[in-house]
Design a binder for this molecule. Structure first.
Ligand SMILES: [Zn+2]
Length: 381
């Protein structure tokens, strides 16, 4: 068994389920067990590393290889967490190997990519090839829910370019939309439904807001369009409110999903949205737009042209050809790029197998990815 496959088997056997719901069993929740494994791995390799605390028991871990005379620093970034294991038809932590496939939760998303990066990083540390760049190996937390890990990483760690691991079948992803999500609440005054004129109906108030939000969504779609990603969008996906049919409701809540295109600042979207509601839509009652539950910019292909080219050449040398394309899902690459680090997404495995009931990753792609990243580190210089 190769070092990369052994790393992958170990990583899949260690649960690191994102605590995205309150019912995730504590014995499999959070990333700290994987972080401890990584800390031991970096200590054995003899490289300096730091932990970046993001939340209780949730640390990014960031190791560094410094090459004397290297001009640039390349970051390998990968998330430690996985989605939950509900409904899986295989042992999620069995890490069973059958032929070219390794099965388990996270094998494809994205412990396969993590093993490729760690295997490459270890080889670079041992061989220190002539002309290689400095390498930062960054393993972040909370990618699968609110992306807090990469926000902290981008604040604290600088690099000249980055490769972010996600399953791309060894192709290059250079663009995707961003996202901001909010909860919005209306308040009213409850009373018996037989005398509704004595209360204030929070659901009626929300109804007026929903009409305004639909107008804003239409305004967004018409405002601009990205050649790769299409127009920005907004959608209301959840609504709750009221206690019984014979009570005038004093509270109503919705959840809103806003997709961003390249150039839109995630931190400005609350203000833009509020301004529209208050000035264009004539909303004359109080409501509460909470701080975003998630905020991630779009990933633009602009600025990452050189790393796209170097990585493309490394893939071609190993596999013969590659594709460069955009995707509908979001990644940590967008937040790194927004912070000024040109970033692309690359990794072994098929995104169609991520989060599935029998998740697996092809081992030959995991090995190839490690070789490709090694060639890239030598090319970045
Ligand atoms: Zn992922």
């Amino acid at each position: 068994m190769t070092e990369t496959t052994r790393l992958l088997r170990d990583l899949v056997a260690i649960p690191s389920v994102n605590p995205m719901r309150p019912d995730i069993p504590p014995e499999i929740a959070l990333e700290f067990r994987v972080t401890a494994y990584l800390e031991q791995f970096f200590r054995t390799l003899g490289v300096p590393f730091e932990r970046q605390n993001v939340a209780p028991q949730r640390d990014n871990i960031v190791a560094r290889l410094t090459i004397p005379g290297a001009k640039r620093t390349l970051m390998f970034e990968v998330h430690q967490d996985t989605v939950p294991v509900d409904g899986m038809i295989i042992d999620p932590f069995g890490a069973k190997i059958e032929g070219n496939k390794l099965y388990g939760r996270g094998s494809c998303d994205i412990k396969g990519g993590m093993a490729s990066m760690l295997g490459c990083f270890a080889r670079l540390v041992r061989e220190k090839p002539k002309g290689c760049c400095n390498v930062i190996m960054a393993c972040s937390v909370d990618e699968e829910a609110t992306m807090l890990g990469v926000i902290e990483l981008a604040k604290r760690t600088k690099a000249d370019c980055a490769v972010v691991a996600e399953p791309t079948n060894l192709n290059i992803v250079h663009a995707h939309k961003g996202v901001v999500r909010w909860n919005l609440l209306t308040a009213g005054r409850s009373c018996h439904s037989s005398t509704p004129e004595q209360g204030t109906n929070a659901i009626y108030r929300m109804g007026k807001l929903l009409v305004a939000i639909e107008q804003y969504a239409a305004h967004l779609r018409a405002s601009s369009s990205d050649p790769l990603l299409g127009p920005p969008t907004m959608s209301v996906g959840l609504i709750e409110g009221g206690v019984s049919v014979n009570t005038v409701p004093d509270r109503c809540k919705i959840a809103i999903d806003r997709r961003l295109i390249a150039g839109e600042d995630p931190d400005k979207q609350s203000e833009n949205f509020l301004t529209f509601l208050k000035t264009n839509a004539g909303i004359d009652f109080p409501f509460e737009l909470n701080a975003p539950t998630i905020r991630m910019p779009a990933l633009s292909p602009k600025g990452s042209e050189e790393i796209q080219k170097l990585l493309g050449a490394a893939i071609d040398a190993e596999r013969g050809s590659h594709k460069v394309h955009s995707v509908p899902y979001g990644t940590d690459a967008a937040t790194l790029a927004w912070a000024g680090i040109p970033s692309v997404v690359f990794g072994p495995g098929d995104i169609a197998k991520a989060h599935t009931v029998d998740e697996w990753v092809p081992l030959d792609e995991v090995e190839s990815a490690a070789n490709i990243l090694y060639r890239l580190a030598c090319a970045v210089g």
